[in-house]
Design a protein around this ligand. Structure first.
Ligand code: F6P
Length: 360
């Protein structure tokens, strides 16, 4: 092994730069390898856009949000959007990727991504590319790892928002609804709701009934609490209803973009309880900014583990946190199925025990 490539793919999240830095430093310090970073995720791999990552290039980026390499959550080399003469067409460009890797003398690739990017990594692995994956996403919805990096920072951001909403809710005797991200999984809403002292948490895994939410608000009013805090995951849906889709991005691995349930829930609460209700959509604030201490450490551990997995010839694997230990698992174990919140999860039970309603 002489030269490895690194890619950050999919939606960005806090800790990406910390992984890029750890992969680069450990590859150089431990094994004397050269490291090349592809720009804008798999798009750069198809278009052969890259830069050399040396110790200087990754200096001072540990604490920086985003990714110095750039990323996209819409470009898939196996189904790549080409625009020619005003015509749009999807083509399989994986052969071009293999050619580019070969021409650059890249022996192996570290793919830092969520389920979409790791699916692509697995397909490349099946075509003979030596790949190791690193689990990234604020959603924490990847199987085969206890945690993805970026999740804890997103939860901290949502918790901070809830702390702020609390004080204004209390002053105005209002209901405050906070919509958070998470796609089809309720991990961010659940964790932020517990950390931020929410009264109601709505997650995709537990369809809600509006009357149950209103009951909780009324119950609080009767005990003298004139305000309520509701956390809604973007994928939450009413019993018998559907998730609210904000837009469709056809070229994306998962074209559906969720969003809008917070406003719907807020309007209904105001109508049914007569209580003044305000809605905040936290959006991409959850993805931006510096990783917290936990994510800086996890990202660094993941980056070093990825380099070591390549050195050990452990290709087609993903680094993974199991309990308190960083290890590796087969890539295909991570991409088969999204990790949703089990409805009997210990954190759900804890939330219920402290009086939080799930609207069920
Ligand atoms: O997967 C990360 C995530 O932030 C989801 O929580 C959210 O649904 C989605 O990406 C938003 O995607 P985009 O950045 O394309 O709006």
């Amino acid at each position: 092994m002489h030269r490895i490539g690194v890619i950050t793919g999919g939606g960005d999240c806090p800790g990406l730069n910390a992984v890029v830095r750890a992969v680069t430093k450990s590859a150089i310090n431990l094994y004397g390898w050269e490291v090349i970073g592809f720009e804008d995720g798999f798009k750069g791999l198809v278009e052969n856009r890259y830069r050399i990552l040396d110790l200087q290039a990754v200096s001072g980026i540990l604490h920086r949000g985003g990714t110095i390499l750039g990323t996209t959550n819409r470009d898939n080399p196996f189904n790549f959007l080409i625009e020619e003469n005003g015509q749009k067409e999807f083509r399989d460009m994986s052969a071009v990727v293999l050619e580019n890797l070969d021409r650059l003398g890249i022996d192996a690739l570290v793919v830092i991504g969520g389920d979409g990017s790791l699916n692509i990594a697995y397909q490349l692995h099946q075509k003979g590319v030596k790949v190791v994956g690193v689990p990234k996403t604020i959603d924490n919805d990847l199987s085969a790892t206890d945690l993805t990096f970026g999740f804890h920072t997103a939860v901290a951001t949502a918790m901070d928002a809830l702390d702020r909403l609390h004080t204004t809710a209390e002053s105005h005797h209002r209901v405050m609804v906070l919509e958070v991200m998470g796609r089809y999984a309720g991990w961010i809403a659940l964790a932020a709701g517990i950390a931020g002292g929410a009264d109601v948490i709505l997650i995709p895994e537990i369809p809600f009934k509006l009357e149950k939410i209103c009951e909780k608000i009324e119950e609080r009013t009767l005990t003298g609490k004139k305000f309520s805090i509701i956390v809604v995951a973007e994928g939450a849906k009413p019993e018998g209803g559907e998730m609210v889709v904000q837009k469709i991005v056809p070229e994306s691995h998962d074209p559906v973009r969720l969003g809008g349930i917070g406003n719907k829930v807020g309007e209904e609460i105001e109508r049914l309880t007569g209580k003044e209700t305000r809605v905040t959509v936290l959006g991409h604030l959850q993805r931006g900014g510096s990783p917290n201490a936990f994510d800086r450490i996890l990202s660094t551990r993941y980056g070093v583990a990825a380099t070591k997995a390549l050195k050990a010839g452990n290709y087609g694997s993903m680094v993974s946190l199991q309990g308190s230990v960083v290890t590796t698992v087969p890539l295909e174990d991570a991409i088969g199925e999204l990790k949703k919140v089990p409805v009997d999860h210990e954190m759900i039970q804890v939330a219920r025990a402290v009086g939080i309603s799930f609207g069920d």
